[in-house]
Design a protein around this ligand. Structure first.
Ligand code: SF4
Length: 437
């Protein structure tokens, strides 16, 4: 990465949007700009999960079980009653900061249409539907959204009342993504989740009623989990006929509670068997594995995530949010300040950037492959040139090596990972690290 535009101001370094710098001539030639998505980060959760390395901040234990949470104000777009677990969140100030952050970034995306919005976290469903309604109205007032723009909101079981999901739908959310992880109480406890099986079932039932399209996040290779239990979780999930499922292997990430106190998780071979079982069960239910961890029915693929994997552009606003933006002669990455309080303070003062870097020409092939090779259908060679501004000759040697090792198959127009390439994805991607330009 080539760092750009850090401005020294006394004893601290401030990073700023520098449109003029981004627009200057450079060695890359992007003939056209990719689709643009918007990511909005809401960084609070009821409790930090022991495996989580996202920018999420603990709000405190729920004040009451979701089943007995107040109903008042949940229908329509009203605010939840007193005692709501998310009570005390600085919702309005945070949305003010998001809007200020967006306005500061507008010159970077001037005239471009937004193809999808993803409100992620953290636990965005802790925010009141009325606040999400305000956020989306404020975004619409400043950006041109594509008609039928996909708008996803992440929700967790245990953070909703009756009709709450319907209220998010009324606010303009078109797709709900629910962090179920498991339907097994023992495994939910081992994962440190705040919800139980009954709450997971209630949340999915409510989502299926309120949304035409929704996603369930399910994890496998959990502490003490057997193949049979994986099958039980999947059978339960598939009973709801979900249009989309995302499957995640429990991994132990640095700087998490599990990194310090690692649980006993299934061996790699057992985990591979679990994934094969999941792919088989989802296939029978009519869901196609279109990406390493994503399974969808026809017409229900997630546009927002596809745009990431196809090396599209995204503007990320909110604490710790990442952006990737293309200009005629360069690709730029940005990161916002991670700490929510500091983020709000700085965003409201006009600048919430923590880092801004131009992606080095030599890093572009690997960055592209990290994403595109996750897709079952791979990528078009023309797309590679369009998105990176590089000629295909830049990856010819790496493509030859990957083909020789049986990790990809290709014709004159497309490159696809083979079944082996999909199974050994990081080995395949690494070829483009060492064999880049
Ligand atoms: S609910 Fe999700 S974002 Fe929040 S701590 Fe758990 S894993 Fe992280």
């Amino acid at each position: 990465m080539i760092p750009i535009v850090p401005l020294a101001t006394g004893n601290e370094s401030v990073v700023q949007h520098d449109v003029q710098h981004y627009m200057r001539p450079g060695t890359l030639q992007l003939s056209t700009l990719p689709p643009l998505s918007l990511y909005v980060h809401l960084p609070w959760c009821l409790k930090k999960c022991p495996y989580c390395d996202f920018n999420s901040h603990e709000l405190g234990a729920p004040k009451m079980p979701a089943a007995s949470a107040p109903q008042g104000g949940a229908s329509g777009l009203g605010r939840p009653g007193a005692g709501w677990p998310g009570e005390g969140l600085p919702e309005q100030r945070y949305v003010d900061a998001l809007v200020a952050d967006l306005e500061a970034a507008l010159p970077l995306i001037w005239g471009r249409t937004i193809h999808s919005i993803f409100i992620g976290g953290g636990t965005p469903s802790l925010f009141a539907p009325a606040t999400i309604d305000r956020l989306l109205s404020d975004i619409r007032a400043r950006l041109k959204l594509e008609p039928n723009c996909e708008i996803t909101l992440e929700a967790n079981p245990g953070t909703f009342e009756k009709d709450r999901f319907r209220a998010f739908r009324q606010a303009g959310v078109t797709r709900l993504s629910i962090g179920v992880q498991s339907f097994n109480d023992t495994h939910l406890q081992a994962l440190g989740r705040v919800h139980d099986r009954a709450q997971a079932l209630a949340a999915v039932e409510e989502a299926a009623q309120a949304f035409d399209t929704f996603n369930l996040d399910i994890m496998y290779a959990l502490p003490g989990q057997t193949l049979e239990q994986v099958g039980q979780d999947m059978a339960q999930a598939l009973q709801f006929a979900p249009p989309h499922i995302s499957i995640y292997h429990l991994t132990i990430e640095p700087n998490t509670y599990f990194a310090k106190y690692p649980p006993q998780i299934p061996e790699d071979d057992t985990a591979y068997g679990m994934l094969d079982h999941i792919t088989e069960l989802t296939g029978v239910a009519g869901l196609e594995r279109y990406e390493v961890s994503a399974y969808a029915k026809a017409g229900h693929r997630c546009f927002h995530n596809l745009n990431y994997w196809q090396f599209g552009d995204y503007l990320g606003i909110g604490a710790g949010a990442h952006s990737k933006l293309s200009f005629a002669h360069r690709v730029v990455r940005q990161v916002r300040l991670r700490d929510p309080r500091l983020y709000m303070e700085r965003a409201l003062a006009g600048n919430a950037l923590a880092q801004a870097e131009e992606v080095a020409r030599a890093d572009l092939p690997f960055e592209y492959m990290l994403n595109a090779l996750r897709l079952r259908n791979g990528f078009g060679l023309r797309d590679f040139t369009e998105r990176t501004g590089l000629a295909v000759t830049a990856i010819e040697a790496a493509l030859n090596e990957a083909e020789r090792k049986g990790l990809i198959e290709r014709d004159f127009a497309r490159v696809r990972p083979t079944v082996r390439g999909f199974d050994f994805l990081s080995d395949l991607q690494a070829i483009f690290l060492s064999n880049g330009m």
